[in-house]
Design a protein around this ligand. Structure first.
Ligand SMILES: [Zn+2]
Length: 452
């Protein structure tokens, strides 16, 4: 099939005006001028998207697909309070409810042009939903405990799940391991995760240095995370002493940052020298600007990270924290806050954010040999984005148009491995209404859970 559009953005090469991408057997065969490709392949079926851009699918470096039904549940609380409220509501959901929630998350992802995810899941629902939706990427089995006596059991049960999940997952999905965060994992758990990840070559992800409360709990021993959260988790009788170091330094000493293919999510509250630790250990960072802003966590120091050579991609986090998985909003707001912070000193161009959203994200997951750019030989993970609407025309620079004018409703088509997983012109409204109805029913169960 020949996909053509006004603009083709290979990401690894300059954009092509009136370009096309030739896709056969799930792979990209050629990328170039539309007229040239059409002339040389006259028999090829063509789909012309017109005033639109074709670009690599977005790599969302931080999702929790299974939290989609939490959308709008806790919209006005800072991080620690938000975390507590979400935790208290989680208990009301059954495995079937989590499945509906994850299905909604996966549906939104592909409609937003996301073709690869790095999803942290507690229930496993994300794995089935991501596989069914055709998504690519890594699904990480979450682990947590502050109780040293529970560490062996927690790891053993995670490994059981991982073995089962590896059999159940679609061939495009790899299974990884995710120690939840510095404030919810005993040091021995970090050591155990590091050792099994090395032994079994598992990718690892963790939330790190997200909120100020996390930073203060680790360094100074106090904050809401040190009291209510530990009580809620049943760890209030377990001693905790201030460590005197930042979350990054704290987990560094347990060996977790040295695991190959380590992904650190958030990295907002970094102390002096933390960026060098992340760079030295080759940790990739998921920049989640909207979630960080919405929960009052702060703004990650993108400039320092990039300057130190840290690989940074973009993550939406879940609708529980971020309300939508709109990847255009994520790029746009992520870019604007950095311009606002740095002023003219470090002025990120839109093109840089499109690369972070695609190729850099793929590099962070170690799948850039397969996807992340439109190049002959790579798998055909391609999105078509409409640039013809009243809020977009006239268009001059397609990168600027993608970042500054487009939103998830402008996605015309999402293709993964050469298969169209979302096609706006064929989208079934009844199917979506049915899913929305089921999600509404699940949300009803958590809406009235009383939280202190
Ligand atoms: Zn998260």
């Amino acid at each position: 099939m020949l996909l053509s559009a006004r603009y083709v953005l290979p990401v690894s090469a300059p954009f092509i005006e009136n370009g096309a991408v030739l896709v056969r057997d799930g792979a990209i065969v050629e990328v170039g001028s539309r007229d040239d490709l059409a002339a040389r392949h006259p028999q090829e079926e063509e789909r012309d998207f017109g005033q639109a851009a074709l670009l690599p699918g977005f790599v969302d470096l931080h999702t929790h697909l299974e939290y989609a039904v939490f959308r709008g549940m806790v919209d006005d609380a800072p991080y620690s309070q938000w975390k507590l409220q979400v935790m208290r509501k989680e208990a009301a959901l059954s495995p079937q409810d989590w499945a509906v929630s994850a299905e909604l998350g996966a549906t939104e992802a592909v409609r937003s042009g996301i073709t690869a995810i790095a999803d942290i899941t507690d229930t496993g629902a994300s794995l089935a939903a991501a596989s069914a939706a055709g998504l690519r990427g890594v699904v990480y089995r979450e682990v947590s405990t502050m109780d040293r006596g529970e560490v062996d059991g927690v790891v053993a049960s995670a490994l059981d799940d991982i073995e089962r999940w590896q059999e159940e997952a679609s061939p495009r999905i790899e299974v990884g391991l995710a120690p939840h965060s510095p404030y919810s994992c005993h040091p021995r758990l970090f050591e155990a995760v590091a050792s099994v990840a090395l032994e079994r070559r598992l990718p690892v992800a963790m939330h790190l240095a997200g909120s100020k409360d996390e930073h203060d709990f680790i360094k100074y021993g106090s904050s809401l995370l040190g009291r209510e959260y530990r009580e809620e988790s049943g760890w209030s009788s377990i001693g905790w002493l201030p460590t005197g170091v930042s979350p990054v330094r704290y987990v560094y000493q347990w060996g977790i940052l040295e695991v190959p293919r380590m992904l650190a999510v958030h990295c907002v509250h970094l102390d002096e020298g933390d960026v060098e630790v992340l760079a030295r250990t080759s940790v990739a960072v998921a920049y989640c600007p909207r979630c960080n802003l919405k929960l009052g966590m702060g703004i990650a120091p993108l400039q320092e990270l990039v300057d130190a050579g840290v690989l940074v991609g973009i993550g939406t986090d879940s609708p529980a924290s971020n309300s939508t998985m709109d990847f255009f909003d994520e790029m746009r707001i992520g870019l604007l806050v950095q311009r606002g912070l740095a002023g003219e000193a470090r002025f990120y161009p839109a093109e840089r954010f499109v690369r972070m959203a695609t190729l850099d994200g793929a590099r962070a997951l170690g799948i850039d040999h397969l996807v992340g750019s439109l190049e002959a030989g790579k798998r055909a993970d391609v999105v078509a984005v409409d640039l013809s609407r009243s809020h977009q025309v006239p268009t001059r620079d397609p990168y600027g148009a993608i970042v500054h004018t487009a939103n998830q409703d402008d996605v015309l088509m999402t293709m993964i491995d050469g298969s169209i997983v979302f096609d706006r012109r064929a989208a079934d409204a009844a199917e979506l209404a049915d899913l929305a109805g089921r999600a509404e029913q699940v949300q009803a169960k958590i809406r009235d859970v009383v939280v202190a």
